[in-house]
Design a binder for this molecule. Structure first.
Ligand code: 9MR
Length: 379
């Protein structure tokens, strides 16, 4: 063998062991976070299974491509304080340790929510309704302990999640609201600010970019700001599908929210390709499938046709082009998961489907959407 050729091929041969590679080794795409440097942070929600090392191959993707990380479930109240006064930090600590190694920012998700919050938070003494004082004390104690533990390390908190009602009225009638009153939201932000005055505090919700809910979000946020409540950003979750919503609605929301002086975070982006009658992220909504409906509602169980894959990539790219136009007011864009196989959308709003909403496929390879997004960022 020519000496120069040997020199060129030897490193590959050594990396792959003694046998000469038959196939070209896959070239890893450049880190996504590098493409967005100086624009906004690019994040991913990390599952508890990944944090526990039960999903081989996912953690390296998170480390390589994302400079913001959110715990998909590990920092919710049921994970952090399953019983009063008993805090469990192991999984959250792992996320923070990983982020410290890679230089990623950690987003704490979430402190006050009606879902994934154990019943004890809302139980009164001897079956009595919970008093405002006790409820407030429990909420404050939770926030103080959790935010306090990660002070300076978790830079951003989704303080209150999904407090706006989908039906009539502005506020959802959650157990927190019932026990404390409408000011539970303001109180939560105040407690978080007290526990870590430098943390960026976010109000996070789904569908607040849509016409039916955006005015309610504006009303709530304006009221909080008028009362000098320390809310710094609004999180538009962005659980979207390739057909819906039109990005013009999202653009309007970014403009109107930022006009209040708030930063905008895209907190839970995914782009489902499956049909659904329901658009939103209320986990209590589930649609059933009769056997006849399966063929229609779950059409891509084996593979996704190229044409749909392409459509998905185009819509993702358009979404990122929009975010990039508003980079001055957008702090981060977080994808709700790493790869299609781990997405919550496989079970929502219909259980047991095969959806394709993210940037990596089920075998952890970057999809056309990955490259389209990278291209949109200009590299
Ligand atoms: O992705 C999360 C999924 O694993 C959980 O089962 C679900 C339970 O409520 O929560 C999902 O994440 C939600 C997020 O915390 C808040 N916005 C909607 C997300 C999707 O349901």
């Amino acid at each position: 063998m020519n000496k120069n050729l040997l020199f060129l091929t030897l490193p590959f041969a050594l990396t792959l062991g003694s046998t000469f590679p038959e196939r070209k080794p896959m070239v890893e795409p450049a880190p996504l976070k590098d493409s967005f440097k100086g624009k906004f942070r690019i994040g991913a929600a990390v599952s508890t299974a990944t944090l526990r090392g039960q999903e081989a191959g996912v953690e390296p993707i998170v480390r390589r491509h994302f400079d913001s990380v959110t715990a998909e479930n590990a920092m919710k109240p049921d994970a952090m304080q399953p019983r009063e006064g008993q805090f469990t930090f192991d999984d959250a600590d792992k996320l923070v340790a990983m982020a410290t190694e890679t230089g990623a920012e950690v987003v704490g998700h979430t402190l006050v929510w009606h879902s994934q919050t154990p019943g004890w938070f809302f139980e009164g003494k001897d079956g009595q309704p919970l008093s405002r004082d006790v409820a407030l004390a429990r909420m404050r104690a939770h926030i103080k302990t959790v935010v306090g533990r990660y002070k300076g390390r978790v830079k951003e908190w989704d303080v209150v999640n999904e407090a706006i009602n989908d039906g009539p009225g502005v506020l959802r009638d959650t157990p927190w609201r019932k026990a404390i009153g409408d000011d539970y939201i303001a109180e939560a932000f105040r407690a978080a600010h007290e526990a870590d005055p430098s943390a960026i505090l976010v109000y996070n919700d789904y569908n607040i970019e849509l016409d039916y809910k955006r005015p309610k979000a504006l009303e709530l946020l304006k009221k909080l700001l008028d009362q000098k409540v320390p809310v710094h950003a609004v999180g538009i979750q962005s659980h979207w599908r390739i057909e819906n919503p039109p990005l013009a609605e999202a653009e309007k929301a970014i403009q109107e929210f930022s006009a209040l002086g708030l930063k905008v975070m895209i907190t839970e982006l995914d782009m489902g390709v499956l049909p659904s009658r329901y658009q939103g992220a209320d986990i209590s909504v589930t649609e059933g499938m009769t056997p006849e409906q399966v063929a229609v509602m779950n059409p891509y169980t084996k593979a996704l046709p190229d044409e749909i894959d392409q459509k998905h990539a185009e819509k993702m790219a358009s979404a990122f082009e929009l975010f990039l136009r508003y980079r001055k007011v957008i702090g981060r864009v977080t994808l709700w998961g790493v790869h299609d196989g781990g997405s919550w959308l496989n079970n929502f709003p219909v259980r047991g489907r095969t959806d394709y909403p993210l940037l990596f496929d089920r075998s952890l390879k970057p999809k056309p959407a990955f490259f389209a997004v990278q291209k949109a960022a200009g590299s």
